[in-house]
Design a protein around this ligand. Structure first.
Ligand code: PMP
Ligand code: GLN
Length: 381
């Protein structure tokens, strides 16, 4: 069919998880943890089912969740939000992204984003009939190239779709990089939509900086996050967006016809999760940093060139030393070759050459499983 979605097949994440299930290979592909989130949060969802959260929630989301989101933004970033007017609960960050792009873009508008980009960005932009303009981040340092970023902007730029900490590169944007994006957004009078789902996954003392916290940016920024990553509940699909009232209202107008509302009982549970003490957030971060170190070190020991991510739960490795010439083919063959699944990075690029032999491995997995996966990769040499 010749439709706006003609270029989109099944997402790589679903394909690679299906491949892992089919072959029994170790799944370091799709980014989801193989252990559940905190027991008290799981209990809170069960309690919610027992205490009447089983019908439609309000369109904006339950008030206790919106209040917890506003409190979270104030607590971690000093950002003030009115939970009734400036917060909208969505079905994961995915719906927040699609809703916002559909709400803010007209056909023919341009959306600036970095590549590699999270796959749903390309789809949301296509659904809106808008055009994607990208600036390439290059392995292994992934620094922003000002010239190419500037060249992506034009009179038709409607919004910038930013992601920090960044999937799949693990990059955490610096203040200077964010200020450059902000300055260009102001110069071209564009909105910024910022996907911050990995906001609590930054390592080595690096801290996440929200775009909405930069001077003069709150009124032109929609911030998106999700409980899935921070509380290891990816299947609950509780996400949210926040920003100035007129932008949130525009997003709500779209969201109500995509899903109306999401699953009710998970909302009070995520409200409780957001209010967990600092010790939860610090332990979560420290635990994931240790997993990053384990995966990076063991991949390096097998002779691979690996980028050490400052954030997210993904590591990129150049698999050329394992005999790969194209990571897409290699990832399809890996289960048979060595019983491991990873994700080829070129699927997140328009410029496929920028990532021809790069594979993304997720480290939100149990240590023994990661050790075994790397042992198996080592047998390819
Ligand atoms: N944005 C990024 C960068 C992601 O990695 C993901 C994957 N979880 C999402 C958005 C989607 O989040 P959710 O599962 O809450 O829809
Ligand atoms: N965000 C996860 C990843 O990058 C997957 C989410 C999804 O499958 N849609 O692997």
């Amino acid at each position: 069919l010749v439709t706006r979605m003609r270029d989109f097949g099944p997402t790589i994440f679903d394909e690679m998880s299906a491949l892992a299930r089919r072959t029994g290979a170790i799944n370091l592909g799709q980014g989801f943890p193989d252990t559940d989130g905190p027991a008290e949060i799981l209990e809170a969802a069960r309690d919610a089912i027992s205490s009447g959260y089983n019908q439609y929630s309000p369109l904006q989301g339950y008030p206790e969740l919106r209040e917890a989101i506003a409190e979270h933004q104030a607590r971690f970033y000093g950002i003030d939000l009115d939970p009734d007017r400036e917060v909208l609960v969505t079905v994961g960050a995915t719906e927040a992204i699609t809703t916002t792009v559909l709400a803010l873009c007209e056909p023919g508008d341009e959306v600036v984003t970095f590549e590699p980009y999270y796959d749903s960005y390309a789809a949301a932009i296509a659904l809106a009939g808008a055009k994607r303009r990208t600036s390439v981040l290059r392995f292994p340092d992934y620094a922003v190239d000002e010239t190419s970023l500037r060249a992506a902007f034009s009179e038709r730029t409607r919004l910038v779709l930013l992601n920090t900490p960044h999937n799949p590169t693990g990059k955490v944007f610096t203040r200077a990089e964010l200020e450059l994006v902000a300055a260009l957004a102001r110069e071209y009078d564009a909105w910024v939509v910022t996907d911050e789902v990995y906001e609590h996954l930054t390592f080595d003392g690096v801290r996440h900086l929200p775009m909405a916290g930069l001077p003069g940016m709150a009124h032109r920024t929609i911030t998106i996050s999700s409980g899935g990553k921070t509380f290891s509940t990816t299947g609950w699909k509780v996400g949210w967006l926040s920003g100035p009232e007129h932008l949130v209202t525009a997003a709500r107008a779209v969201k109500q016809y995509l899903s109306y509302v999401g699953s009710g009982p998970f909302q009070p549970a995520i409200a409780k999760a957001l209010r967990l003490g600092d010790d939860y957030y610090e332990q979560f971060r420290a635990g994931m940093q240790a997993k990053r170190d384990l995966l990076v070190r063991s991949l390096q020991e097998t002779g691979l060139v690996v980028q050490r991510p400052a954030g997210t739960y993904f590591v990129l490795a150049d698999v050329a030393p394992l005999g790969a010439t194209d990571a897409v083919d290699f990832c399809w063959q890996m289960p048979e070759l060595c019983g491991v699944v990873g994700v080829p990075v070129s699927v997140f690029h328009d410029d496929k050459e920028a990532a021809r032999t790069l594979v993304r491995f997720a480290f939100c997995k149990q240590d023994d499983i990661m050790r075994e996966a790397v042992r198996r990769l080592g047998t390819l040499q």
